[in-house]
Design a protein around this ligand. Structure first.
Ligand code: HEC
Length: 112
């Protein structure tokens, strides 16, 4: 339920502001995923350290949602400490490229 609210809120704010995001380049984005795959690319999306927690699957999500999420970590609107630290090091172009890459990525999701 909480997740649905988050998605709805993000969708609304995207619609309201229609962010003029930089154009993402999926190929460039792929070069930047080394930093992400240690968490977002693990089997079953569960980390083993420091504790077992679930990592969201990025592949197949909408580029605008992914870029917006990264912006929100960077700005502090989203408070997850790890992702904040990571997003702090990304430029708008990095975020757009990563979003384009993951949005184009395979959707191994069970639901779709
Ligand atoms: C140390 C582990 C780790 C690394 C490395 C990492 N992430 Fe994350 N990421 C997470 C976790 C855990 C969450 C869920 C955080 C939350 O609940 O807000 C997350 C959330 C996200 C989200 C939001 C997804 C959603 O469905 O709302 C995006 C987008 C994202 N990460 C992108 C990236 C990108 C791009 C990189 C590489 C530049 C990266 N992450 C590197 C652990 C990581």
């Amino acid at each position: 339920m909480k997740m649905m609210n988050v998605i709805a809120a993000v969708a609304l704010s995207v619609a309201a502001t229609s962010v003029a995001a930089a154009d993402g380049n999926a190929a460039a984005g792929q070069q930047k995923t080394a930093l992400c795959e240690g968490c977002h690319g693990i089997p079953d999306y569960r980390t083993a350290f420091p504790s077992v927690y679930r990592v969201p699957k990025l592949g197949g999500q909408h580029a605008s949602y992914l870029a917006k999420a990264l912006q929100a970590y960077k700005s502090g609107e989203r408070s997850h400490p790890t992702m904040r630290a990571i997003a702090a090091g990304l430029s708008d172009q990095d975020m757009a490229d990563l979003a384009a890459y993951y949005a184009a990525g395979d959707t191994k999701t069970a639901g779709k």
